[in-house]
Design a protein around this ligand. Sequence first.
Ligand code: DSN
Length: 439
Amino acid sequence: MYRFGYVSGRGEHYPFILLIPVLSRLGVGWMSLKEFDPDIFNLILKEKIRQMQGLELIPSENFVSIPVLEAMGSILTNKYSEGYPGNRYYGGCEFIDEVEQICIDRAKKLFGAEHANVQPLSGAPMNEAAYYALMNPGDTILGMDLGHGGHLTHGHPVTHLAKVFKFIRYKTTPDGKIDFENVRKMAREHKPKVILCGYSAYSRDLDYRQFKEIADEAGAFTMADIAHIGGLVAAGEMNNPVKDFDVVTTTTHKTLRGPRGGMILCRAELASRIDKSVFPGLQGGPHENLIAGKAVAFKEALQPAFREYARQVMKNAKVLEEVFKANDFHLCFGGTENHMLLMDVTPKGISGKELQVALDKAGITLNKNMIPDDPRPPMNPSGVRLGTPCVTTRGMKEKEMKRIADWINEVVNAPNDEKLLSRIKTEVRGLCEQFMFYH
Ligand code: DSN
């Protein structure tokens, strides 16, 4: 019925399913995406060229491997499979069951977890499912102040979650640490049902045992959202909360370098609560093509080469820190112990947004970001956030990081100099061409 192969030529390289008899009667059998829908094909091609000719420094992004892309683009997308391996609401799930079970087993091995749910469609539903597994509406959760590195799903007032649960906030200290005495005081005062740590713009490692001690004293569940650092934790390069914490959530597409998606790891006693909360509590049919992609990414992350990758990601971030510090940039939280940096660029006379726009013109992509207690609005904040997962996947190392930091420094000093931006764009492209990832 179908043949699995690639359509490649002129540099494009996509896994492709060629459907013969049925679709040819509809007039699309044997046609490639390029032939059938050149609009979309060309936009994908343009985006691939953008990704390959520029420097991606958004710390939550990464480049997946061809095997991961193949699994994501496979016919597994056709199958409904509500339920879990061995217990589904649909027939014909015998192969899907095996795919999902392999994914679960690899996730558990990777993080040393007792249970893994690999069905969350992305980071937001993953955290939402975890909250509903641990709390009832109206319950209190103690999490980091959003402006200090937290995340929308940690109860930002614009989210539905903020209407359902009561979010209480702790902050970082001026030197960027977590003030555990204050967390303890707040836990005693507010008696939260959950103590949450893990952040999307925080560049330090965490002492999870201190959170655990406070939670035990308060009778609260512990939850860590390691969405950003999942790959660095899996590689053993950052502290792993899994053995101490009740629930750990992570996206799979950031440092873990898998498909866009999420997963929830938990203690065995909580497995049924977590599973029921994901399905049928929140989601319908799991996206088994993405679960297959997660399985492939986890296999990659279990290889020794992934540990080397994670180490290099962190070394690369450290080089950026050193060069920025040498050029008098203000690094929030005092620097980095992971893959990312958050910098207040206003002392340089520029806003985060202005710098993002100028760097876009120079072929360097990062994102504007709030800094702790930012006096400026979210759409024009004081800071930028940048990180090294993508450039490290391309094989760039210390030498290239120094060049990148130097370019950013040049742009900060002359953000409106179109000639400079264009010169840097050409140089960026030259560097990127030496480190192609997708051909
Ligand atoms: N949007 C992601 C990030 O950039 O950190 C988190 O959801």
